[in-house]
Design a protein around this ligand. Structure first.
Ligand code: GDP
Ligand code: MG
Length: 457
């Protein structure tokens, strides 16, 4: 683990954008290391994230740093693994995102797509700074790829007609972004980083532009947000997921964005039935690749320093709420006070339920996704009678069924980014409760309005 340089911690970055724009492939390209195995600076897989130490970043940016002018002050970069906008909403807690910076991926051949718009909205709501990767430049007709090259050099080596087509597409995307209220410019022509979003043309396929993208992330996080990534001892930790692991029971996967977490710490998290106060039994990270032959799948740590993705083992985690903050009880702290503070996150949300008792039932994967969904339903003036977090079970369907008598048109479940249990589905069918499932909020809305229209006919 690297010591913080200049007291900066590793910034946390997430990737979002429309489906099939190349988010996964970009991450795969980033992960491909040119550093020899065993040498210092290997990229490590963490819980829910990939850690890029500064050595691997230096390596990756070499094609655009031939003169060695780039400065590297951050110790590394933590990229959240699960790309896709739905996971981004899961990374929100209380309207802030745990990401310091984001990469919004747009397919240069397609321009803005529905989830691009939704992503922009989320980034704006969370005030998350971001850069745009204009991906799939290799698809420009006649493009000649130079593997892992800096983009500007690659562009110069293309035929004039291709350079022109590139310009046309960029101009058109800039216009589309303008329509969304965003100023944008190619990053190497961007003179006002604070006011204009930077566009980085990339190809996840050939690796072109990826050095530019990484260099820009480093420069932006170091210069424009150095106070936000100052290493501070105050703990900042968010629950990504609750997972049952054989032999370990219910565990939570967390992202530690700041501070230190130790074995034996008293922790407080938000639970569905009330606050959970428990003690950290073990802090785990995955076994490094080359040590896969070791029996245990995990490495134990006495303490872990931000920024890191970690699995936490403790008692009573079954009802932990994904998206909840995690607090450590300090020597001066009052457990109950901390618990009240945390539960307020959930209670705020429950407070937005329609008091008339008439409305739809909603179910979401995390606090963040529930918040996003409730905000959206409020804008759409769709009343909500009950909410829950986690998979849908029979009891949720039963609760929803009470609406059959009160207001039939609202006897339905809107499920955002959650699994629906088989028995629950069967029961819903039997009772005539509609269950709408989607990983994208506006898909839920479309399904809901189509259903309402059908009822009205
Ligand atoms: P995601 O849904 O955003 O994660 O997209 P994927 O990474 O799964 O990519 C979707 C498809 O586009 C896959 O078939 C990829 O191989 C392809 N793809 C992604 N990036 C590029 C690129 O830069 N160039 C080309 N030609 N294909 C790409
Ligand atoms: Mg993907």
């Amino acid at each position: 683990e690297s010591e913080p340089v200049n007291n900066l911690r590793s910034p946390i970055c997430c990737i979002l954008g429309h489906v099939d724009t190349g988010k996964t492939k970009l991450l795969d390209n980033l992960r491909r290391s040119h550093v020899q195995e065993g040498e210092a600076g290997g990229i490590t897989q963490q819980i829910g994230a990939t850690y890029f130490p500064i050595e691997s970043i230096k390596q990756k940016t070499k094609p655009v740093n031939k003169k060695g002018k780039l400065e590297f002050n951050i110790p590394g970069l933590l990229i959240i693994d699960t790309p896709g906008h739905e996971s981004f909403t899961n990374l929100r807690s209380r309207g802030t995102s745990l990401c310091n910076i984001a990469i919004l991926v747009i397919d240069i051949m397609h321009g803005l797509e529905p989830q691009t718009m939704e992503s922009i909205r989320l980034l704006r709501d969370n005030k998350t700074p971001f850069v745009v990767a204009l991906n799939k430049v290799d698809r420009l007709y006649g493009w000649h790829s130079i593997k892992e090259n800096g983009f500007q050099d690659s562009l110069l080596k293309q035929k004039k007609a291709i350079q022109r087509e590139f310009r046309d597409r960029v101009d058109s995307i800039i216009l589309q972004l303008n329509e969304q209220g965003l100023n944008a410019a190619l990053y190497f022509e961007n003179k006002q980083m604070g006011r204009y979003v930077s566009l980085v043309p990339t190809s996840a396929q050939s690796g072109e532009g990826v050095p530019d993208l990484v260099a820009l992330l480093v420069a932006l996080t170091q210069t424009r947000m150095s106070d936000r990534i100052k290493y501070i001892s105050t703990l900042e930790c968010t629950v990504l997921e609750v997972k049952v692991v054989e032999g370990l029971g219910a565990t939570i996967d967390v992202i530690l964005s700041n501070g230190v977490l130790r074995e034996g710490d008293r922790i407080v998290i938000c639970g569905m039935g009330g606050p959970i106060i428990t003690t950290v039994r073990a802090l785990l990270t995955p076994q490094p690749m080359k040590e896969m032959r070791v029996k245990s799948a995990y490495v134990h740590h006495k303490e872990i320093r931000a920024a890191m993705g970690v699995k936490v083992c403790a008692n009573d985690l079954e009802k932990a709420v994904a998206g909840s903050r995690l607090l450590v009880v300090g020597p001066e702290d009052d457990e109950e006070e901390l618990a009240d503070e945390l539960m307020a996150d959930l209670e705020d949300l429950l407070g937005s339920i329609d008091t008339s008792g008439v409305g739809v039932s909603v179910q979401a994967s995390t606090l963040g996704s529930l918040e996003a969904l409730l905000e959206f339903l409020k804008q759409m003036k769709i009343p909500v009678a009950s909410v829950n977090i986690g998979p849908v079970y029979k009891k949720d369907v039963m609760k929803c069924a009470t609406m059959l008598e009160k207001a039939k048109e609202y006897a339905l479940l809107l499920c955002f980014d959650v699994k629906v249990d088989h028995d629950a589905e069967a029961l819903a069918d039997q009772l005539g409760i509609k269950v709408f499932s989607a990983n994208v909020i506006y898909h839920l809305f479309d399904a809901f309005t189509a259903h309402q229209n059908k009822i009205m006919e």
